[in-house]
Design a protein around this ligand. Structure first.
Ligand SMILES: Nc1ncnc2c1ncn2[C@@H]1O[C@H](COP(=O)(O)OP(=O)(O)O)[C@@H](O)[C@H]1O
Ligand SMILES: [Mg+2]
Length: 236
C-alpha cells in the first residue's frame, strides 16, 4: 500500500524533519508511528497525503508516485485516502450529517449515492442518532467519530490518523481505537501516529519508532517502548 524509499524532508527554515527514511506498509496493515515530540511523525504522514513534498527519495501510495503529483492529481489522491487529526477539524457551521456528506459532495457524488452512504457510515461510527447535531453539541469522542465518518465515507483504502486520541479521555480513546480496528478489519490500511503508550501496548500491532527523523525500531506486535512489556516503566 505504501512504499517510502530513502526519503528526507527539510523544511524551508532548514529543519531536517526526516532523514533517509525507508518504510514499506502492506495492504491491510495496522501500524503505529511512535516517538518523541518533534521527531517527524506528523511530517511523515504529511508526505503521504501530499501536504509536504520530500527533498529526496520517493513515495508510492497505492501505486501512485505521491512525491511527483501536481494540481488536480493531488485532489484525486486525497479522495483515495482519509485523514483524521487530534483537533478533529470539523466544519462547525455544518451538522454531523453535512460534515460527512460534504466529503462526498466534493468528489462529485450524486445526491442519491450520498443519501445512501452517509447513514451507513454514521451507523458504523455509532452516530446515526446525532446526525442533525452541530459539532459544538457533541462530546470530543463524538466529534472524532464524526471526523472518522467523514474520512471513511468515500471508502478509502488508507486511513491516516495523526494523534487521533490526543484530546480524548481514556474511555473515548478506547472507543476510537476499537473503531479504527473495526475499519482495519474491513480491509482499510490504517496508520496511527500517537503518543498514547497504553493504546499501543494494548493493541500489539506493528510499531515503528522514529527518533530525530530516522526509523529507530520497527517491530511486529510491538510495544510503545522496545523490549518492555505492559506495566513496565522506562527509567531515565
Ligand atoms: N511546517 C513546518 N515548517 C518548519 N518546520 C517544521 C514544520 N512542521 C514541522 N516542523 C519541524 O519538523 C520537526 C518534526 O516535526 P513533526 O513532524 O511535527 O514531529 P512530530 O509529529 O513527531 O511531533 C520538528 O522539529 C518541527 O519543529
Ligand atoms: Mg505530530
Amino acid at each position: 500500500m505504501i512504499s517510502i524509499r530513502n526519503v528526507s524532508l527539510t523544511y524551508p527554515n532548514g529543519v531536517r524533519a526526516l532523514d533517509n527514511v525507508t518504510l514499506e506498509i502492506a495492504k491491510g496493515d495496522f501500524l503505529f508511528l511512535v516517538g518523541s515530540s518533534g521527531t517527524g511523525k506528523s511530517s511523515l504522514l504529511k508526505l503521504l497525503y501530499h501536504d509536504a513534498i520530500p527533498s529526496h527519495g520517493e513515495i508510492v501510495v497505492d501505486g501512485i508516485r505521491v512525491d511527483k503529483l501536481r494540481g488536480a492529481r493531488v485532489a484525486s489522491l486525497r479522495r483515495h485516502l482519509g485523514v483524521i487529526f487530534q483537533d478533529f477539524k470539523l466544519l462547525n457551521d455544518k451538522t454531523v450529517w453535512e460534515n460527512v456528506a460534504f466529503a462526498m459532495h466534493v468528489t462529485g457524488a450524486h445526491t442519491r449515492e450520498i443519501e445512501r452512504q452517509v447513514p451507513r457510515t454514521l451507523d458504523l461510527v455509532g452516530l446515526a442518532h446525532k446526525s442533525r447535531m452541530f459539532p459544538s453539541e457533541l462530546s470530543g469522542g463524538e466529534q472524532q467519530r464524526t471526523a472518522i465518518a467523514r474520512a471513511i465515507v468515500n471508502n478509502p483504502k488508507l486511513l491516516l490518523c495523526d494523534e487521533p486520541t490526543g484530546n480524548l479521555d481514556p474511555e473515548n480513546t478506547a472507543e476510537i481505537m476499537d473503531l479504527l480496528l473495526r475499519i482495519n478489519t474491513k480491509g482499510t490500511t490504517v496508520v496511527v501516529a500517537t503518543h498514547n503508550q497504553s493504546v499501543v501496548d494494548r493493541m500489539r500491532k506493528r510499531v515503528v519508532r522514529l527518533e530525530d527523523g530516522r526509523i529507530f525500531t520497527d517491530e511486529e506486535r510491538g510495544f510503545y517502548y522496545l523490549g518492555l512489556g505492559q506495566g513496565q516503566v522506562l527509567s531515565g
